[in-house]
Design a protein around this ligand. Structure first.
Ligand SMILES: NC(=O)C1=CN([C@@H]2O[C@H](COP(=O)(O)OP(=O)(O)OC[C@H]3O[C@@H](n4cnc5c(N)ncnc54)[C@H](OP(=O)(O)O)[C@@H]3O)[C@@H](O)[C@H]2O)C=CC1
Ligand SMILES: O=C(O)[C@@H]1CCC=N1
Length: 264
């Protein structure tokens, strides 16, 4: 399968590097972005093929990732409209907040094959969490191929399009929330004299182990909280102080703000 990328920023690079680490060969990847200096350097660093235009990416690829910021989607798609209609690739959008219907409208056709997705940056290390939703033109076979690409680099979930905004908060943006939590935990360690690098490793391993425990255990996270909290102990003292400062409320408010922003 030939895989193209329109836009080679943080998200596209995370997908490309994840796929390449799982055996997808550089010779099967085609890229183009706004600045030649950027995509040429990336092509030299990784061996993927640099194309002279977005249309060339489409002409050379079976599956084309649309990985640009929402604000430039309309301009980019209008420019490549003829190539999309002629070559009929499966267009895989990773763009936040742009619906399948909006993509079809911009392209002026309901006959295009579109899979709307919401990955997260952890696809780079094979631990992503990606939502997918296809339009009616994508065959089950083509959808399976796209799904298998994302399964190489993490877990996948089929979701209804109405749930994309919620998914953005829970998985698309949430790596930043978790990095923020890890940094805050590590910084607290620094307050008490630990070196920042060591404190970050300790905090990250505690978060990794806790996430795995949630995934592997039959218990709910809430029950696991109780298991760690010895009567009269340190954990319950810490939890109550965090909650007094609005821990759960701050997370729910963060999710609310993320969803509002996504919905525009
Ligand atoms: N970052 C993340 O964690 C996630 C991002 N997303 C979504 O992915 C999309 C990309 O985000 P992200 O990678 O972070 O953004 P970046 O700003 O890192 O990358 C955007 C890319 O678009 C390219 N670009 C701009 N204009 C054009 C054009 N006319 N033709 C071709 N390429 C163009 C840029 O080119 P150049 O590099 O040459 O300037 C750049 O490579 C967004 O819609 C975002 O919402 C979704 C999930 C997670
Ligand atoms: O911040 C953003 O807009 C994108 C969407 C999901 C992660 N980053």
């Amino acid at each position: 399968m030939k895989i193209g990328f329109i836009g080679v920023g943080n998200m596209a690079k995370a997908i490309i590097e994840g796929l390449m680490s799982k055996g997808v060969e550089a010779k099967n990847i085609f890229i183009h972005s706004a600045h030649k200096s950027n995509y040429e350097v990336y092509s030299q660093e990784t061996g993927v093929s640099a194309c002279e235009s977005n249309s060339e990416v489409i002409e050379k690829s079976d599956v084309v990732f649309l990985a640009v910021k929402p604000i430039v989607v309309e301009k980019v798609l209008k420019e490549v409209k003829d190539s999309v209609l002629t070559h009929d690739p499966v267009l895989v959008s990773v763009v936040t907040g742009v619906s399948v219907a909006e993509l079809e409208d911009i392209l002026g056709s309901k006959d295009v094959k579109i899979v709307r997705t919401m990955p997260n940056v952890n696809v780079e290390i094979g631990e992503g969490m990606t939502a997918l939703h296809k339009n009616d033109n994508v065959s089950d076979e083509d959808y399976q191929l796209v799904k298998e690409l994302f399964e190489k680099i993490g877990k996948v979930a089929d979701i209804e399009e109405k749930d994309f905004s919620t998914f953005v908060a829970l998985a698309g943006s949430s790596p930043a929330f978790v990095y923020f939590f890890i940094d805050s935990l590590a910084r607290s360690g620094v307050k008490y004299g630990l070196n920042k690098q060591k404190a970050t490793q300790i905090a990250a391993q505690a978060v990794l182990g806790s996430a795995l425990k949630v995934l592997k255990s039959d218990k709910t996270p809430w029950e696991l909280v109780d298991d760690v909290s010895s009567p009269g102990g340190t954990t319950v003292a810490g939890l109550l102080a965090m909650e007094e400062a609005g821990f759960m409320t701050s997370i729910v408010k963060g999710v609310d703000a993320t969803i509002s922003k996504d919905k525009g």
